[in-house]
Design a protein around this ligand. Structure first.
Ligand SMILES: Cc1cc2nc3c(=O)[nH]c(=O)nc-3n(C[C@H](O)[C@H](O)[C@H](O)COP(=O)(O)OP(=O)(O)OC[C@H]3O[C@@H](n4cnc5c(N)ncnc54)[C@H](O)[C@@H]3O)c2cc1C
Length: 382
């Protein structure tokens, strides 16, 4: 069951052509550079791809989430999973929340140029001492006249070293989830600094970095939504982010299977193609079944999300199953490639190392299990 209609497929065809001609040929260079070029964001903005999720008065086209699904699926086909990570960190993670809850002024200042690809965004939640436990963040923002003054540090931030603005989680009130706000920080503000660009196991085309705030002063109007209302906004944002990662993991599995089938038909051992051995046909049959299951779960969660129905548990199940499955599927699909499956020059090897990010980002598998257990009534504490 999917919600793709004819107009989504028309959108898909145009995007596929763009990915084939303007993205795929460059991905190895971008992986080596450790970041996407600004020009790519501009080009994507010009073609309307960055604004599919954003409202029309923010410069977007206000389309449903099935368009975002097409965007994720087609970008994944470039074979370098850091590419969709960086683009979606900008278009979905950093920007959608401002579009949803920000003032008209913030939308004009940040969302409109983000939709056009002129300004790149990042979402800054995780800190050196607070990841899964978002309610424990310590970066503090204090009111001083018409400004906020921010002090603290964030880590593992996608687009952190290239962003023009960071949608930042800060503590504006007391301890716990009720004291958190979201504030947009332009990265050219005095007191904002970039730390290390972190070297990662995979997703190399997406930069991931440390950022810091030291007496960083931004106007009071940069608050997104209500003061101390940030935790709820972050949790709402996680729904879209987790759907993106479930879609990405599923799209990645489809690519892995294609690679495994292609190799299994052409590579010969003991006088026959590898797929002449039943063991490999069966392993790939299991893989095809897993992909169908992950996709069905993801589409079901997406359908509920688009219809505005409660879907926190379904999204968590989709993210948990798709991302954990992607690692197992990667293992089988790399194994059929033999030694070649361990070589950086092999697409399957790169997909393998890229798959390891998604059981962590936007909430770990353990956090997904916590949500599922809580919403299913398994927790004796309620
Ligand atoms: C590639 C990549 C990109 C990222 N991009 C961003 C970004 O753009 N913006 C951003 O803000 N963050 C980003 N992150 C950070 C990511 O959201 C965090 O890494 C994640 O939420 C986990 O936090 P942590 O690393 O501090 O681990 P911790 O929270 O310290 O957890 C460590 C381990 O303990 C487990 N654990 C924690 N609590 C419990 C519990 N109650 N029960 C059982 N197990 C538990 C976790 O599941 C995990 O296995 C990114 C991370 C990666 C890897």
């Amino acid at each position: 069951m999917s919600g793709f209609a004819e107009e989504h497929e028309i959108f898909r065809q145009a995007l596929r052509t763009f990915v084939t001609h303007e993205i795929a040929p460059n991905v190895l260079a971008w992986e080596a550079a450790g970041e996407l070029p600004r020009e790519l964001f501009r080009r994507l903005g010009e073609l309307g791809y960055l604004g599919v999720r954003l409202s029309e008065n923010s410069g977007g086209s206000g389309r449903d989430f099935w368009y975002t699904a097409v965007l994720v699926q087609e970008l994944a086909r470039c074979g370098s999973i850091g590419v969709p990570v960086s683009i979606l960190a900008h278009a979905e993670f950093a920007t959608k929340v401002i579009d949803r809850a920000g003032s008209e002024e913030l939308k004009a200042q940040f969302v409109r140029p983000a939709a056009a690809g002129e300004r790149i965004g990042a979402l800054g939640v995780t800190e050196p001492d607070a990841g899964s436990d978002v309610a424990a963040i310590r970066t503090r923002a204090v009111r001083a006249g018409g400004d906020w003054i921010i002090d603290g540090a964030k880590t593992f931030i996608s687009n952190g070293t290239i962003a023009d603005f960071v949608t930042t989680a800060v503590r504006t009130g007391g301890p716990g989830r009720g004291g958190i706000s979201l504030i947009v920080v332009p990265t050219d503000t005095a007191g904002f600094s970039r730390g290390r660009r972190l070297r990662k196991l995979g997703t190399h085309a997406s930069d991931t970095g440390e950022i810091a705030f030291q007496g960083c002063r931004v106007p009071a109007r940069n608050l997104v939504g209500e003061e101390n209302g940030g935790f709820k906004l972050i949790m709402q944002g996680f729904e879209g982010e987790r759907l993106v990662l479930a879609l990405l993991a599923t799209a990645q599995m489809r690519l892995m299977l294609e690679e495994a089938v292609r190799y299994g038909h052409t590579r010969k051992a003991f006088g026959q193609p590898l797929l002449g051995f039943q063991t490999w046909r069966h392993r790939l049959a299991d893989t095809a079944t897993t992909i169908e299951a992950a996709e069905a779960l993801t589409y079901r969660a997406l359908d509920l999300y688009v219809r505005g129905e409660p879907c926190n548990a379904q999204i968590s199940m989709a993210k948990l199953f798709a991302t954990e499955s992607a690692i197992r599927v990667a293992h089988h699909c790399a194994q059929i490639h033999g030694g070649m499956g361990y070589m950086e020059e092999c697409l399957m090897a790169r997909l393998y190392r890229d798959s390891l990010a998604f059981t962590i980002g936007a909430g770990t598998s353990e956090m997904m299990r916590e949500i599922i257990a809580r919403t299913s009534g398994f927790d004796p504490q309620g």
